[in-house]
Ligand binder design. Structure first.
Ligand code: GLN
Length: 300
């Protein structure tokens, strides 16, 4: 954190002081690239085909400067990193109380795909695990499924500041193999945490996870969160500032699943991980960060 502070101050000092940021990122990239271990997720078969050597880091500041090193322009699917953005969207469109009826804010201490609801309210624990994210996916506005899909893609495109699309083969791969998520969705139909056809809700959830982004995109999207919901590149207010606290709190307590406590203790930045191997982190009012490296450990 102290280092990032120094970088931030350096970048505010004007163009001549910019090199230290890039130098620092290059040095960091080289140092971290030497670490091996982990393995790309392959429970969605299509994800297992990725080059495990890919490694990128990108930082976007709230005043629209971007620093990137390594494979920051290689596309991959956003996966669970989509969840805080969808949650933020639901809060904005339904308000805190209505969203709280469908999804809580309590860490699970369990894996992302755990089949568990809280015993008192029958709710998914939080919007960062699959159960909660599936409940949140149902809240995408639109009269028809096509309209909801279009609204979802528009949301992510506005956040990234460019038109984003879905990776059809990852979507098909997850649709064909996502039985555990199907179990979770049916369990929530049973407890009225979702009310539409589970397969329709999952169709949107799987597509949301299959949105194709780059490390650079995710840094900008994270910087949009750091910037009270306003995209620092395009200046477009994607979200209002009202629910920033709700979203960053949940990222902080639940964004890294069963590693969330240790992450908060060691790293301290509200963050979200995804099975493609990316993590975003937000320093409110300052920067958004994305790191991308496909091999992951069990705390994905
Ligand atoms: N689409 C993935 C799933 O639901 C997302 C999981 C993740 O990134 N942790 O299984």
């Amino acid at each position: 954190l102290n280092k990032i502070d120094t970088i931030q101050r350096a970048s505010q000092a004007g163009p001549t002081a910019l090199a230290p940021v890039e130098d620092y990122l290059a040095e960091l990239h080289a140092r971290v690239a030497a670490i091996s271990g982990g393995k790309p997720a392959d429970y969605i078969p299509e994800l297992g085909k990725v080059d495990p050597e890919l490694f990128g880091i990108a930082i976007a500041t709230v005043d629209g400067q971007i620093y990137a090193v390594g494979d920051a322009a290689v596309p991959f699917t956003i996966q669970s990193v989509s969840k805080p953005f969808m949650y933020r969207y639901a809060l904005q469109n339904y308000g805190r109380l209505a969203v709280l009826e469908q999804v809580g804010v309590e860490p699970t201490g369990e894996a992302f795909n755990s089949i568990v609801l809280d015993e008192v309210a029958n709710r998914p624990f939080n919007p960062m695990v699959n159960a909660g994210a599936i409940a949140v996916a149902e809240m995408m506005l639109g009269e028809t499924q096509d309209e909801r899909l279009a609204n979802m893609l528009e949301l992510f495109s506005d956040l990234a500041g460019r038109k984003l699309d879905i990776d059809q083969s990852v979507f098909n791969s997850e649709l064909a193999t996502g039985h555990r998520n199907r179990a979770i969705a049916y369990m929530m139909l049973n407890t009225s945490m979702i009310s539409r056809d589970p397969n329709e809700v999952l169709d949107l959830y799987f597509r949301q996870c299959s949105v194709k982004v780059t490390c650079r995109d995710l840094a900008i999207m994270a910087a949009t969160l750091a910037n009270d919901g306003k995209n620092p590149l395009t200046g477009k207010p994607v979200f209002g500032a009202q629910y920033v606290r709700d979203m960053l709190t949940v990222m902080n307590s639940c964004g890294m699943y069963d590693y969330a406590g240790e992450w908060a203790y060691e790293v301290g930045m509200p963050a979200k991980s995804g099975v493609s191997g990316s993590i975003i982190a937000v320093i409110a009012g300052q920067i958004g960060i994305c790191v991308y490296s496909p091999p992951i450990d069990k705390a994905r």
